[in-house]
Design a protein around this ligand. Structure first.
Ligand SMILES: [Zn+2]
Length: 300
């Protein structure tokens, strides 16, 4: 599943191509019309109406979500009037939000290119390129509305924790937050209301780098361990962004290319293989409902 580094890579790839582009045409396939499946808010028909004619002002990320603020269409451009007259960045502005789920891809294509299998949404832009969303397993989500609308519709996690990188969260704040959790470290790291963007890959990688077993209780971590975990989370996420993400299932970037960070993973997906530090076979277990890999010797 794409986590923070993968989503960040897609966002950076798409930003220059989408910022300032107007939506000319929106086309949904039948699957995406099944209400509540891919398009979680509003209805599929409203989704198309609201998106058409609007300008994507930028492409940003919040946790594992791609967030695109939208500007109202110019009067007489054919989209439904009266939705907003607000600034594109205000709380009342319409935003297109995409969560890639497990197998979702948001990419730009030439309109004449044949859509890949499982293409659900096609958005023709005034640049002549087409933004397409494809998703084989359909665990992804698309939302379009103001922040208040989306929260009221319970279509978005109401509370996302702080961003773990880019200076959003200081070491002292992290140490205090995690100390107050009282749960296994792994389950705290996966909880998006605690920290936004970390998933199964980077939770295991961060625990290994910090020398902490994923099953340890958060409130029992020493200050030194909490600091080590903070550093480790930042390192694994930033290194992965630099390597354009981990292509562990079928993740590809905004150009359809695989990342290279999967070659640098120390524990994730390596259960039974020797620890790269001490040679002990890595231990696979289940924690917080997820496959978890750690080294019995290096992680305490
Ligand atoms: Zn080891």
């Amino acid at each position: 599943m794409p986590e923070l580094p993968e989503v960040e890579t897609v966002v950076r790839d798409l930003r220059p191509q989408l910022s300032g582009r107007r939506v000319e045409l929106v086309q949904l396939t039948r699957d995406s019309l099944i209400q509540g499946r891919l398009i979680r808010y509003p209805t599929a028909r409203q989704f198309v109406q609201r998106l058409r004619g609007r300008t994507i002002t930028s492409v940003t990320r919040r946790g594992k979500y791609i967030v695109m603020p939208l500007q109202s269409p110019a009067p007489g451009h054919g989209a439904t009037p009266g939705y907003d007259a607000e600034s594109p960045n205000g709380a009342g502005a319409q935003r297109l939000i995409v969560h890639l789920g497990m197998t979702g891809h948001l990419r730009l294509w030439e309109p004449e290119e044949m859509p890949v299998k499982h293409t659900h949404v096609r958005v023709l832009l005034d640049s002549g390129l087409e933004l397409r969303y494809d998703d084989q397993r359909q665990f992804g989500r698309l939302l379009l509305g103001t922040e208040a609308e989306i929260i009221a519709a319970r279509a978005f996690p109401p509370r996302l924790g702080p961003e773990p990188i880019h200076g959003d969260l200081t070491e002292a704040e992290f140490a205090k937050l995690i100390h107050a959790r009282r749960r296994p470290v792994k389950s705290a790291l996966l909880d998006q209301s605690f920290l936004a963007g970390v998933g199964n890959i980077y939770a295991d990688e961060a625990c290994f780098r910090a020398g902490i077993r994923p099953s340890r209780w958060t409130h029992r971590l020493t200050l030194r361990e909490r600091r080590a975990l903070y550093e480790a989370i930042q390192d694994v996420l930033e290194n992965s962004i630099a390597a354009r993400g981990s292509s562990v299932i079928d993740y590809v970037d905004g150009f359809g290319l695989r990342g290279t960070n999967q070659e640098k993973l120390l524990v994730y997906g390596r259960s039974g293989e020797p620890c790269l530090t001490c040679g002990t076979p890595l231990q696979g277990t289940r924690l917080a409902g997820r496959g978890t890999v750690y080294c019995r010797k290096c992680q305490r």
